[in-house]
Every structure is written in C-alpha cells, then in structure tokens.
Design a protein around this ligand. Structure first.
Ligand SMILES: [Zn+2]
Ligand SMILES: [Zn+2]
Length: 469
C-alpha cells in the first residue's frame, strides 16, 4: 500500500509529495528527504504501527495531508515528489507536475525479488534488531570495554540455541561470534555466510602450526589477538547502528536487474561516512593477519610476501628502506595496503575487502562533495583537487555492508588463531554445532584444527544440548 503525505521544508517552505510504502514488514524506519530548492536535509522516522503515532515523526520539519483536486487527480500543494520505503530502493526526489503518479518502483520490486524470501528476511531483521537493542548488544559493550568477567552471564552461557557454559574466555568469544554471525547473515547473499565460513576453515586447516605460532609470537602474542578480535567486532557493532539506514541497499544486492537511477530514502551520506572511514581504518590496520596467513599457505613462511608487495617494499624509493620485509610491510600506509590486496591468494580472496581508498581519503581529508538530490558522492584529490571517484549513495551503502562482512570473516580468522594457540594451554572452544553436520570420526575436524574430529571437538559437541525456549 502506498500512502501519500506532504513534507514541508522548514527553511524555504517548499513542499515535497512523499509516496510512502506503508504496511511493509518493518515497524519503524529512518527517513531522509532532501529539499530540491534549498538542499535542507529533512530527517525523521516513519512509524507503521505505534498507536496514535502512525506515520511520519519528523525531527526538523512538519507534514500535512495532500490537497487533491479529486475530479482530475491533481495534487495542489506540492513542488517535488519522492518515494519513501524502509526496505526497498526508491526513485530519487524530482520535480512534480501535480498529477498523481500511477506506478511506483515498489511494484517493480515484485519482479526484482523472490518475495517470500524477502518477507522472511525482513521478519528476521526486525526480530534481530529488537533483540540487539534489548540485550544482545550488552555483551559486545562489555567486550569493547575490556570487561570480560561478566561476559558469560551477559551471553547467558548460550551459543545460538545451544547451552554452552563459558568457563573460559575463548568460549565467550565464540558465543559472541555466533551472535555477530546470526545478526549479519543476510548481509551475505550470493554465497551464504555459513558456506563462506566452511570454506575459510577448510583453507585454514592447511596452515602449518609451527609457522602460525611464529607469526603469533612475532606480532604480539595471544593477548594482542584478543585485542584484535575486539577491534573487528567494533566494526560489526558500529554497523548495527546504521543497519536500518542501509537496509534498502541490502535488498538491492538481491535485485535481478540493478537500476542505477535508484536511491535510498533511509539514509544520507552523513549517516554512513564515519562508519565507512572507521571500518576501513580498522580492517586495513589488521589486514596483515590474512596477508601473513596467505604467506604461510602459499609461500610457506609468514614473511614471504607475494610479488607485488615484495617489489613495492624493496623499491629503493620506499620510505622505510631498512628492516625485514615483515617490518616494511607494517610501515606501508593503508592506502597502499588496499592497493596491494591480493584476492587470488586464498584467505584474502575469501575476505574480499571492499575498500575504496579514494572515498576514504575524500572523507578523511574532508575533500568530497555530496549531492543529496542525485545521491552522488564525489571525492577529490587532497593534493590538486582533481576529482578522483564518483559513487552513488546506494553503492557506498553496499560497500558498508561489504566491510561488515569482511569484519565477520576476520573475526573467524582471529578465533581460529586463538583456538590453535590456546589448545596447548588447555583453553578450548568449539564452533557452532551445525558446522559439524555429518562429519566422520576420522575426518578432519570442521573447526580447522587439522586434527581428526574424534580427537578434537567431538566430546564437547556430543554434550551440547539445544535449550528449549
Ligand atoms: Zn527548502
Ligand atoms: Zn575441532
């Protein structure tokens, strides 16, 4: 159902005719509307169900009903028109000729999507976001502030639906990861999150244990990896704050035919640019972890970098010419690390980090412009002010989704490292029981240890029980 409403610009008074998708599957969603005339950004939410409050709750503008001349279906009180949906991509704001439009991009969505899956996805999204706000986020806040003592209690000693007593911190981290995985599962669409994790653990199972250990010691030891896990999880938790803003982009990922003229009505660049910059920084500062593991897997030694990196750091013009290759790689700036990502190496290829350094530099140096009417972001060179890249808001929103996916995969890699390193100290954890499926006793354990299942996770998996709600 499409509901019409008029939004009045608080600055210039021009009116925008909003065609709102109502009766969708979300209770409430954020709304962003640009005034074409004066470029004021109108912010608020649209509420579908609150008794007595149904409709727009605009923070900085007022709305009114349409004044329709009924015989000719002409709207008399509007200058511009826009579509609003919390879950679908929308037509951008444009001039309005007065006559009520007959079709919407919302109708087109039924051709673009498998509607049953779409509806199921939104139901899970709504439940997950509610649970996130009500209690699930607490454990992440405790982790973020380094307060691990109460983590098991905050996690209710649960891994998904299974009871799992977190009697060591490694188990707590695995229960956290399971929440992050569950909350983020719909960010993955071409390939499911579980199958990517399976592929990852299967690759990791071939990592030479001694060489991995040398890498861990050289890069600060086990405790440093707990800090790194905290850092990748901060990308995920920040994403949860903007998830409702980018939900239409998540839907767009599933469109059969992507239409570059579509925008999103739940988001402005302002809402996502800090997330983009911060997560880019965090993930690239930790990117040596998958790079060094690829070095082990492909070139036997964690300091044997691929040809492109080796050539770059041994170029006489490189600014830190002394030290080992490993130290020189650390000395590279993040933009260069982004340029030298090698997706043909196994682990980097699974992470698929979607980091655009021009956009990041544009945000970081404040040398970008955003046009909220066309929803276009243009980044400029800090040096000569030349345009470096142009992207639509929905593309940047999809990149935010990509960065979050990468953070979840990086989290899995760090937990794998911790499992391998802590095993000798008797500190152990399993991954979620569903990953063990129909594994045979003598098969390699699905957790990636490289050990036979019967000697690795079997005993613990056998004792885990589903908690009935
Ligand atoms: Zn205005
Ligand atoms: Zn195992």
């Amino acid at each position: 159902m499409v509901v019409p409403k008029i939004v009045i610009c608080p600055v210039c008074g021009r009116r925008t005719y909003a065609r709102i998708q109502d009766g969708g599957y979300l209770n409430e969603y954020p709304v962003r509307i640009y005034c074409i005339n004066c470029r004021t950004l109108i912010r608020g939410t649209y509420n579908m169900s609150a008794p007595g409050q149904k409709g727009f709750i605009l923070y900085n503008a007022k709305s009114e009903e349409c004044d329709v001349e009924s015989t000719r279906l002409i709207v008399k009180n509007a200058d511009y028109k826009i579509e609003i949906s919390g879950e679908l991509p929308c037509a951008l704001v444009s001039e309005f000729d007065g006559s009520i439009p007959r079709t919407t991009t919302f109708l087109d969505a039924t051709n673009q999507l498998d509607m049953k899956t779409h509806i199921d996805r939104l139901a899970v999204f709504s439940t997950n976001i509610d649970n996130w706000k009500r209690y699930r986020s607490i454990a992440f806040q405790l982790l973020d502030e380094g307060s691990l003592d109460y983590l098991p209690k905050a996690l209710m000693n649960k891994m998904g639906d299974y009871s799992y007593v977190c009697d060591n911190y490694l188990k707590s981290l695995h229960c956290l990861q399971e929440i992050a995985r569950e909350e983020s599962s719909y960010l993955f669409c071409q390939k499911s999150e579980d199958s990517i994790i399976n592929d990852l653990l299967s690759e990791l199972s071939a990592v030479d244990e001694q060489e991995l250990h040398r890498f861990v010691i050289d890069s600060g030891g086990v405790n440093a990896f707990v800090d790194r896990y905290r850092k990748v999880m901060s990308v995920f938790t920040s994403f949860m704050n903007i998830y409702p803003n980018v939900l239409p982009a998540e839907t767009y990922l599933r469109y059969r035919n992507q239409d570059a003229s579509l925008g999103i009505a739940t988001c402005s660049f302002e809402d996502i640019k800090s997330f983009y910059q911060d997560s880019y920084e965090a993930l690239l500062s930790l990117f040596y972890i998958p790079v060094c593991i690829d070095n082990i897997l492909v070139r036997k030694n964690y300091t044997n970098f691929d040809n492109n990196i080796t050539r770059y750091i041994n170029d006489p013009r490189f600014r830190n010419p002394n030290g080992t290759d490993y130290e020189k790689y650390f000395g590279m700036d993040k933009g260069k690390k982004a340029d030298l990502i090698n997706n043909s190496d196994p682990i980097q290829g699974i992470i698929q980090l979607s980091a655009n350094k021009q956009i990041r530099n544009g945000i970081g140096h404040n040398s970008f412009s955003y046009d909220g009417i066309t929803q276009t972001i243009t980044a400029y060179s800090n040096r000569n002010k030349a345009q470096t890249v142009q992207k639509s808001l929905i593309e940047v929103a999809m990149d935010c989704i990509g960065l979050t996916k990468s953070s979840i995969i990086m989290g899995e890699i760090i937990l794998f490292i911790l499992r391998q390193e802590l095993r000798s100290e008797g500190i152990r954890s399993v991954i979620h029981p569903r990953f063990y499926g129909d594994v045979g006793l003598n098969d390699r354990c699905p957790c990636g240890s490289g050990i036979k299942f019967k000697k690795c996770c079997r005993a613990e998996i056998g004792s885990m029980r589903v908690i009935s709600e």
